[in-house]
Design a protein around this ligand. Structure first.
Ligand code: NAD
Length: 503
């Protein structure tokens, strides 16, 4: 049996329970049907139906928000070390079921097993990391004034909503849910409708690890119904959202009446800038990795290559050769580097840019075509001879599609890099230290790597500027979102209190 067949065989056994019962919502520790009926989850690999999924609407969100509200005080007041133990047990549960999570994620989203096996374990790491911070999360400061001893403390904000997208959905969900639980918040999770499988596994693992009922609730459904109702619910105090920039704007509007606190992690059209003094072999590897791994369905992907004109020809020639050798195939084959795109809608969006590129006058130097008819497969694609004004340079395609734009000077590279509505990440390749300092100082992005691809370190801040988002995750920044600062001033009893009506 090949490794691929072995994975397919294992997947079949994991999927059987979903086929038998469908995916229910999980509210207050109980399985519940969706008030709006069911919708079907399909696999992008062969367009087959995986299972029915409970379709939640405002009524289900209301139940879940109430369950999260009712569970909040006990979870908040549980001693930190007890909450820590549960979070660690969740991490262990994820590790124990990492293969199941990875295989289900691949089938649900089309992501290659090569990357999803690591993403599942990253989910466990997120729980372990925030478990380690639980004890200190509420610590504050002591700020002495002449007549008052001022102290600050942090308290969890209350029940929160977590709304996640379909790209690496398991890992992204843990990245939001782990710090929320560590802070002492309860959660209503609305996973992306295109990828419901692993959200179900997460809530099961969490409850098996001892998470009390109602602390994590999962309501499936569509964004315009269930997602909107979550943003509007008065008992939900904050929304942690990951998704498209235009949805982020809707989230803000929907939460206005209830004065919701929102954390928005949105789209990107990130530049990788390669100067001619860089280590070009490493720059090539990193540029390829950051746009063609995870199907290019990755907010931090380096989707714009800004290449110095002195090295453009040679660099693009090597790029074309490598891109043409990237293995497109069945996501459960461990050798596959690119699987199918997540849905028909997304496939149509990505492939529409093949014509847009030609109409705009760019060259399709590699790819630019679909593969087979069975699923939503496309060839990794490279557009060259592009300018930054073209749609292929300005719009987030969110697929394995790279747009190469030449520049001649550092000033021009900076101008092109910043001439975009987005500002999530930037990747700068140069061996000139002072240029790297100058450039990163002016580059408009929330996260920048010099001579590196995106290497995530959990204590560092993650988030974007401009249309790429508001707020930061990671380290203590996560707690700043899920917690409120409280100040208490203790008077020494000697300061003068201004007397009114005393004369
Ligand atoms: P999307 O915005 O379409 O959907 C994301 C989630 O929002 C889904 O659960 C969806 O049901 C829900 N939703 C949709 N409309 C809603 C509404 N009106 N109210 C409440 N919820 C609503 O995004 P997507 O297509 O699933 O994901 C891809 C996008 O996510 C890309 O733009 C990508 O860049 C972005 N993303 C950003 C980051 C980051 O960290 N900045 C990480 C991953 C993905």
């Amino acid at each position: 049996m090949t490794a691929r067949d072995d994975n397919i065989h294992k997947l079949e056994s994991y999927l059987q329970r979903f086929r038998d019962t469908g995916i229910k919502n999980r509210i207050g520790g109980a399985d519940t049907d969706g008030s709006a009926g069911v919708f079907q989850s399909t696999s992008p690999v062969d367009k087959s139906v995986i299972c029915d999924v409970a379709e939640g609407n405002a009524a289900d969100i209301d139940k879940a928000a109430n369950a999260a509200h009712d569970a909040f005080a006990d979870w908040r007041d549980l001693p930190a070390l007890e909450r820590k133990k549960i979070l660690i047990r969740i991490a262990e549960g994820i590790e124990a079921r990492a293969e199941e999570i990875a295989l289900c994620e691949c089938w649900d989203t089309g992501q290659a097993y090569k990357f999803m096996s690591k993403a599942a374990l990253r989910g466990a790491e997120n729980f372990r990391y925030f478990a380690d911070q639980v004890v200190q999360a509420r610590d504050g400061q002591h700020l002495q004034s002449p007549t008052l001893m001022n102290i600050t403390t942090r308290v969890p904000i209350g029940p929160v909503g977590v709304i996640t997208p379909w790209n690496t959905p398991f890992m992204l969900s843990t990245w939001k849910i782990a710090p929320a639980l560590a802070a002492g918040c309860t959660v209503v999770h609305k996973p992306a409708e295109a990828s419901p499988l692993t959200a179900r596994l997460l809530v099961e693992i969490a409850e098996e690890a001892g998470l009390p009922p109602g602390v994590l609730n999962t309501v499936n459904g569509f964004g315009e119904e269930a997602g909107k109702a979550l943003c509007e619910h008065p008992k939900i105090k904050a929304i942690a959202f990951v998704g498209e920039s235009r949805t982020g704007s809707l989230i803000t509007k929907q939460g206005a009446d209830t004065l919701k606190r929102n954390h928005l992690e949105l789209g990107g059209k990130n530049p990788v800038i390669v100067f001619d003094d860089a280590d070009l072999d490493r720059a090539l590897d990193a540029a390829i990795f950051m746009i063609y791994s995870i199907n290019g369905e990755r907010c931090t992907s380096s989707s714009r290559l800004l290449i110095q004109d002195t090295i453009r020809e040679e660099f693009e020639a090597k790029l074309i050769e490598r891109v043409n050798r990237i293995k497109v195939g069945h996501p459960l084959d461990p050798a596959t580097e690119i699987g199918p795109l997540v849905t028909e809608v997304h496939f149509n969006k990505v492939t529409s840019y093949f014509d847009i590129a030609k109409q705009d006058g760019a060259t399709v130097a590699a790819g630019g075509e679909v593969v087979g008819e069975e699923g939503y497969f496309v060839r990794p694609t490279l557009f060259t001879q592009a300018t930054n004004q073209m749609r292929i340079a300005q719009e987030e395609i969110f697929g394995p599609v790279l747009t190469s734009i030449p520049f001649s000077t550092e000033e021009e590279a900076l101008q092109i890099a910043n001439d975009i509505p987005y500002g999530l990440t930037g990747y700068v390749w140069t061996n000139d230290l002072t240029r790297a300092l100058r450039f990163t100082n002016k580059l408009e992005a929330g996260m920048i790597w010099v001579n590196s691809e995106n290497v995530r370190h959990l204590p560092t801040p993650f988030g974007g500027v401009k249309a790429s988002g508001i707020g930061r995750d990671g380290g203590d920044w996560s707690f700043e979102f899920y917690m409120e600062q409280k100040h208490i001033g203790f008077a020494t009893g000697q300061h003068k209190i201004t007397k009114l009506g005393a004369n």
